[in-house]
Design a protein around this ligand. Structure first.
Ligand code: FES
Length: 342
């Protein structure tokens, strides 16, 4: 698949936010739908010194407030992509980029939101926060954990928002250098008054685990706990399989009906070919990002039949009960399968 098959965004501005983090304004490509929802991410293919590397970066801009696409990227130790962006990316560069995707998105901005961000986990959380204040009516509480004061990304912006929305926004900075690591017991005490809120959590894995345990301790149901987890790709998410590679398994097929972008398609689906690979090989623009069961960008709804997911590191049982499956990991089980992308 030639590089030109993927849209390219143009780097318009790079702003140093802290010593180890920058934000990057990207211009969407002409003729490609780059509209997005608060909390979604972009998948970039970066020409680092170690070759092309695919990574997801959440948008910190809000489609309800900002007229730009902006991501924020913090250096991490041995982080090939994040270090390259902070050191070598230049204004004017053109970067391959998949359209916005992800399900870390509030269903309503009128509900009360309890937001937890750790370090660069503030990026999707800030998008949600700004959107809620702009178009919603609920209360918004943000707990933002960082190592120390100098590592707080968007400190000024958060202060401005808090001052302008004293009746709706409450921001709590948790500095590990001052308060120590946020423990489950401390968080539990903090969360208790807000247990009727809907939680969104993004940050380092140990932070998200601790917060999630504390939320569950406070009887918050899993349906009101949303977490954003990014992982390094084992496969190149830009490497779309060819038709031949995807369908040449020569064996049995299942009858597949797919609703996508307002159109219905029918196929004989080879039983050893994963749904996403098969649809991309047919030329359909099915959504995806990681292609390894870790991000949910490929989530679709199973309306009829049964599929087997080879890997699922992201969907909760509640999602599966609602019919969601991961296209990138699904093989047919029944002879007839109906899938819908909503
Ligand atoms: Fe990420 Fe399927 S594309 S889970």
């Amino acid at each position: 698949m030639p590089d030109s098959a993927h849209p390219r965004v143009v780097v318009r501005e790079i702003v140093r936010e802290t010593d180890d983090a920058c934000s990057v304004v990207l211009e969407a490509p002409d003729g490609v739908d780059f509209s997005y929802q608060p909390g979604q991410f972009l998948t970039l293919r970066l020409p680092t010194g170690n070759g092309l590397v695919g990574r997801c970066y959440s948008l910190c801009s809000s489609p309800h407030v900002d007229g730009e696409l902006r991501i924020a990227v913090k250096r991490v130790r041995e982080g090939i992509a994040s270090n390259w962006i902070n050191e070598a990316l230049e204004v004017g560069a053109e970067i391959e980029c998949l359209p916005p995707s992800g399900v870390f998105v509030p269903k309503s901005f009128d509900e009360n939101l309890l937001l937890f961000a750790g370090g660069s986990g503030i990026t999707p959380v800030l998008s949600i926060l700004k959107s809620a204040l702009a178009v919603g009516t609920g209360q918004v509480v943000l707990v933002y954990a960082n190592e120390h004061e100098n590592s707080v990304i968007f400190a000024d912006r958060l202060r401005e928002l808090a001052e302008a929305n004293t009746d709706r926004l409450h921001v709590i900075h948790w500095l590990v250098s001052v308060q120590g690591l946020p423990s489950r017991a401390l968080l539990r005490a903090f969360i208790a008054p807000y247990s009727s809120y809907t939680a969104f959590v993004c940050g380092p894995s140990p932070f998200m685990e601790t917060v999630t345990h504390a939320l569950r301790d406070c009887d918050m149901p899993p349906t009101r706990i949303h977490i954003e987890r990014f992982q390094t790709f084992a496969e190149d998410p830009f490497d779309i399989p060819t038709t031949a590679a995807a369908v040449e398994d020569g064996g049995e097929t299942a009858r597949l009906t797919v609703d996508l972008d307002g159109e219905t398609h029918e196929y004989d689906w080879p039983r050893q070919t994963k749904l996403l690979d098969f649809l991309l090989a047919q030329g359909l623009k099915a959504p995806y990002s990681c292609r390894q069961g870790a991000c949910s960008a490929c989530a679709c709804i199973l309306d009829e039949g049964e599929v087997k997911m080879l890997t699922n590191e992201i969907l909760e049982q509640e999602d599966i009960d609602e019919g969601y499956v991961l296209g990138c990991q699904s093989l047919p089980v029944t002879d007839t399968v109906k899938i819908r992308y909503s």
